[in-house]
Ligand binder design. Sequence first.
Ligand SMILES: N[C@@H](CCC(=O)N[C@@H](CS)C(=O)NCC(=O)O)C(=O)O
Length: 250
Amino acid sequence: MPSTHPGEGPSLTLYTLGGAFGLQNVSPFCLKIEMLMTALDIPFELAVEPDPRKAPKGKLPFLMVDERVIADSELITEYLDESTGGRVYAGLSPAQRSRGVALARLIDDHLYWLFVASRWLDDAWFPHIVDGFFHIAPRPVRPLVARLARRQVRQTFHLHGLGRHTLEEQRGFVERDLRALEDAVPDEGFLLGKKPCLYDFTVSSFMAGVLDNEPPTWVTLMARDYRRLADYAERVQAHVGVYGRERSSR
Ligand SMILES: N[C@@H](CCC(=O)N[C@@H](CS)C(=O)NCC(=O)O)C(=O)O
């Protein structure tokens, strides 16, 4: 069903990975865009594609703009900025944008992978992956498919470089990343002013996924010690009215 009335602009449908582990939106990249579009008051439909292999680049989110597809949360952000006449970055100075990009890279290209490893590569946590991510596969083959996917995650983590470290060393990386985030967020308000901006959605969508992940992974347990970061993530979600966790646990 089109999300806008005829003549009001293109129909937008945001495809996300859907829910698992107590989260209504298990992917921080998907949640970030859901938050951004909601905050910008852009009408859109939310759709779920639980099988990343069916996504145009094998990853979620992707945005359908009428018949055109835009895959990757950063490319979607750029499209939204262009199509709204610059509303995504409105009012942000180059220095503020530079700080935001640095925080996003810290999360997306470093801390995110440690969190992924805490779900997939911890023998004690891995059984939750089987039903959480592979409910789309017939039950008898789920464990096998999940184990094959786990092998890929292990290889990717190794190629990234983080997978070459001991668990204790990985905990050290997580500690320093969380400390940097805790020191970057304010006690009140948002990163760059009185209203949340794109970078608030990057940080809070990720932290929401980590903090409300059930049962907690070792990264979740570490993150719960960072109270300012947790309060900040809660504040951003409450401001936009879009939460990572399932409705029943709000
Ligand atoms: N750079 C991408 C990353 C998206 C991403 O990693 N999505 C994950 C979910 S959190 C995914 O779809 N993973 C499926 C897979 O790698 O098979 C973006 O910003 O959209």
